[in-house]
Design a protein around this ligand. Structure first.
Ligand SMILES: O=C(O)CCC(=O)C(=O)O
Ligand SMILES: [Fe+2]
Length: 163
C-alpha cells in the first residue's frame, strides 16, 4: 500500500496489551441440532491468530452474506483482521464477520492470540495511506476509546471515528 517496509508505530513498540485465550465450546448433551456457540461478531483486536484441535466450527460471512465453513488444517492457523486494523489501514483491510457453530456433541478447543494495543495508544492512519483516491476515513483515536464503543455497540464499533 505504499508504506515503507519497516513502519514503526507506538503500537509496534511493544506497547501492547495482547493476550492469548484458550477456548472450549460445548453443546448441551440433549441438543442434536446445530448450535451457535459464539455469535456473529468482528474482533476488537488489531489481528487475531487462531488454531484449533480436531473439531471444526468456525464460519465466516462472505460478501454475499453467506456463511462459509472454514476448514482449519491440522497444523494451520487462521489470521483474522480486527476492527482496529481496518481503521489503521484507512479501510483497506477488512475485518471478517465470524461465528462458531457446533455440529455434534464433541467439544471444540481453540487457542487464539489477540493482538491489541494498550488503552492509551493512539491509532492514527499513516500519511502514506491517505491520498486523493483514498481520503482519510478515520480520525485518530485511542484504543481505549475504540474499546468503549466496541463494548457498547460491537457491530458499529468504528462509527464514532468515521469521517
Ligand atoms: O474459536 C474460534 O474459532 C473463534 C474465536 C473467536 O472468534 C473469538 O474469540 O473472537
Ligand atoms: Fe472472533
Amino acid at each position: 500500500y505504499g508504506l515503507p517496509q519497516h513502519y514503526i508505530s507506538d503500537a509496534e513498540n511493544m506497547k501492547s496489551s495482547s493476550f492469548t485465550r484458550l477456548g472450549k465450546y460445548k453443546v448441551s448433551e440433549s441438543n442434536n441440532e446445530y448450535e451457535t456457540v459464539l455469535p456473529a461478531h468482528t474482533d476488537s483486536s488489531t489481528l487475531t491468530i487462531l488454531c484449533q484441535k480436531d473439531v471444526q466450527g468456525l464460519e465466516v460471512l462472505n460478501k454475499t452474506d453467506k456463511w462459509i465453513e472454514m476448514e482449519i488444517p491440522r497444523d494451520g492457523f487462521v489470521v483474522i483482521i480486527g476492527d482496529v486494523l481496518k481503521a489503521w489501514s484507512n479501510g483497506r483491510l477488512h475485518p471478517v464477520t465470524h461465528r462458531v457453530v457446533l455440529r455434534g456433541v464433541k467439544e471444540r478447543y481453540t487457542f487464539g492470540l489477540f493482538a491489541n494495543a494498550k488503552e492509551e495508544i493512539k491509532i492514527e492512519v499513516p500519511d502514506e495511506l491517505v491520498d486523493n483516491i483514498h481520503p482519510l476515513r478515520y480520525r485518530p483515536f485511542t484504543y481505549g476509546e475504540f474499546f468503549n464503543n466496541y463494548v457498547a455497540n460491537p457491530m458499529e464499533a468504528l462509527q464514532f471515528a468515521s469521517i
